[in-house]
Design a protein around this ligand. Structure first.
Ligand SMILES: [Zn+2]
Length: 339
């Protein structure tokens, strides 16, 4: 992948290429931004550009050096990932040993620390020492979607490059061009990935559509119809209360699926809000569900939909802090049903 194939990060790429062209690449970069938008890909492309035998400000993708980096077997380019939960001190000690040597066959030694926020304190302090006195011909690229979790002293030693999510349209276009999906499917993937092509590529659209079917069944239980809503005796649909725990259990068998469920719920209620505020249906994530959405729309006010979106978002945050899956979802669904 040369820089030209990385989409939607023009500003970041411009800064990096300018540094390459002037031969003024800093000894440490910090690439930040949400997951799945090309930070690691750009780090690898920079590693190739720094060592390419054909060009000096891009990756040619054909020379021996680019080939080796793509295969993960270039002796001067290393990607460090967390072992278990953390990047540990032994990994940083090994890195320090490696960067102590001159490049074996390239121009620069490049160390990419992916998910750098996972450096534990000991490892972070050791890395800081290296960043304070960087060995010559070495470039460190720290990649992180949570830079707030890094030591401020590390951040201050790095040149910061920000990456941003793409617009939905651009992501959709990318998915169509890649042959991943077309029409409403591409639209839904773009919306669910929140404009992050890397994330969209990792999603299985068929699995998502079948998950959506299950969720829609659940929705039918959760959103009472108009008659029940006006009757004070029926603030909660009985059928929903009875089957809810069992249904939720199906969703909580794996954590990833739970996340997908919450992402989908958010997108679904955003669609409802869009329609209820008379927005342009062209922006709906679930364009193929417009008649169903129109029906649901009449049952909830915008204010209530907003409250539900906030509840879903809060559940996502709670789960990131390791809340119990089943309890968190039961709580959320009860809130939705009562809204
Ligand atoms: Zn090359």
């Amino acid at each position: 992948m040369s820089f030209s194939t990385i989409i939607g990060q023009d500003e970041a790429i411009h800064l990096i290429r300018k540094a390459l062209a002037r031969n003024r690449v800093p000894h440490a970069y910090l690439f930040t931004g949400p997951e799945g938008i090309g930070k690691k890909l750009t780090a690898l492309t920079l590693a190739k550009a720094l060592n390419c035998l054909v060009t000096s400000d891009d990756a040619c993708e054909t020379c021996k050096s680019c080939y080796k980096i793509n295969k993960g077997c270039h002796p001067d380019v290393e990607i460090i990932e967390a072992e278990g939960q953390f990047i540990k001190i032994d990994q940083i000690r090994e890195l320090q040993k490696q960067v102590g040597y001159k490049p074996f066959e390239g121009r620069k030694k490049v160390s990419i620390l992916n998910n750098a926020e996972r450096l534990n304190l000991e490892a972070a302090n050791a890395l800081l020492k290296t960043l304070e006195e960087p060995p010559p011909d070495t470039v460190f690229i720290l990649v992180s979607s949570s830079p707030g979790a890094l030591l401020p002293t590390i951040v201050s030693r790095c040149q910061l490059i920000r990456f941003s999510p793409l617009g939905l349209q651009r992501t959709e276009q990318f998915l169509v061009e890649k042959g991943v999906a077309t029409g409403p499917k591409a639209h839904l993937l773009a919306a669910l990935s929140e404009g992050r092509p890397g994330k969209a590529l990792n999603m299985d659209i068929d699995k998502i559509l079948s998950l959506r079917e299950q969720i829609l069944e659940l929705m039918d239980l959760m959103i009472p119809d108009g008659d029940q809503r006006t009757d004070p005796q029926h603030t909660l649909p009985d059928s929903g209360i009875k089957v809810l725990p069992g249904k939720i259990e199906e969703f909580t068998r794996d954590r990833d699926q739970t996340e997908e469920l919450l992402d989908f719920l958010l997108v679904f209620y955003r669609d409802l809000l869009l329609l209820s505020e008379q927005g342009d249906p062209g922006f709906l994530a679930n364009q193929d569900l417009i008649s169903l959405l129109e029906r649901y729309k009449t049952r909830l006010s915008s204010q209530k939909i907003l409250k539900i979106c906030r509840d879903i978002y809060q559940t996502k945050v709670n789960l990131q802090h390791n809340a119990n899956l089943q309890l968190a979802l039961e709580d959320l669904f009860l809130k939705i049903m009562k809204t």
